[in-house]
Design a protein around this ligand. Structure first.
Ligand SMILES: [Zn+2]
Length: 223
């Protein structure tokens, strides 16, 4: 068994990751062993949840440590680490990445594969809090394509829906990343309910432009 002295110093961060996972699990965005959460702990090292365990009920001892060039330093990291590492490589500001399986967001990509973005121009809050949320083309789980497909959307998007799979958010803090995930699913639910209740309607173009201008002044952070 590998010595875990190095990872021990990161136990407080591990606890924060597990707390974030519990929140997402309670909100039905993590079933069984789904999803993964990571934090960049040094310029070249990333703490990431392990594969095959429930992230809401794991212990800090189970956490894995990987290098940016995809070497496992400790533990059994998720095969979806490819996506996390791509974000850290392309987004110097990224400190945390959250990947979950929010059901309504995924359902949008299954029902409406022709869309490039979540149709969020119906709701001011979404435009102000995170801007457009793109649908990333489908990639088979565990493959290099998962990371490659993200490239065209980084670093400009921090909230992304992965077609027929899940969603990914990143931030300058763990809070920013998990709250962004909450935002994706909440917005997807509002739009789904509007669709069921009578159909989507959208804000006028000039209002969308005005909201986008405010968003630009706010900056890139997910709110
Ligand atoms: Zn996944």
């Amino acid at each position: 068994m590998k010595d875990n002295t190095e990872i021990k110093q990161y136990y407080p961060i591990c606890e924060e990751i597990i707390t974030a996972a519990r929140r997402l699990h309670q909100k039905n965005m993590l079933a069984a062993a789904d999803g993964n959460i990571s934090c960049r702990v040094t310029g070249n090292k990333v703490l990431i949840t392990p594969s095959g365990v429930s992230k809401a009920f794991m212990t800090p001892e189970e956490m894995a440590l990987v290098s940016l060039d995809n070497k496992t330093l400790q533990g059994k990291p998720s095969s979806e680490k490819i996506m996390h590492l791509e974000v850290y490589r392309l987004c110097p500001e990224a400190k945390a990445v959250v990947h979950a399986h929010p059901p309504t967001a995924i359902a949008w990509t299954v029902a409406r594969p022709e869309l490039a973005f979540l149709p969020s121009h119906a709701v001011s809050e979404v435009i102000l809090a995170c801007g457009d949320i793109p649908f990333v083309p489908y990639a088979r789980p565990g493959t290099q394509a998962m990371g490659d497909n993200l490239k065209q959307f980084l670093p400009q998007h921090r909230a992304l829906i992965l077609s027929r799979h899940g969603a990914l958010t990143w931030g300058e803090s763990l809070d920013e990343a998990w709250m962004g995930m909450e935002r994706i699913e909440h917005s997807s639910e509002i739009l789904w309910k509007a669709h069921v209740l009578g159909g989507l309607t959208f804000l006028p173009d000039e209002e969308v432009l005005a909201l986008k201008a405010i968003r630009q002044r706010i900056g890139d952070r997910l709110l």
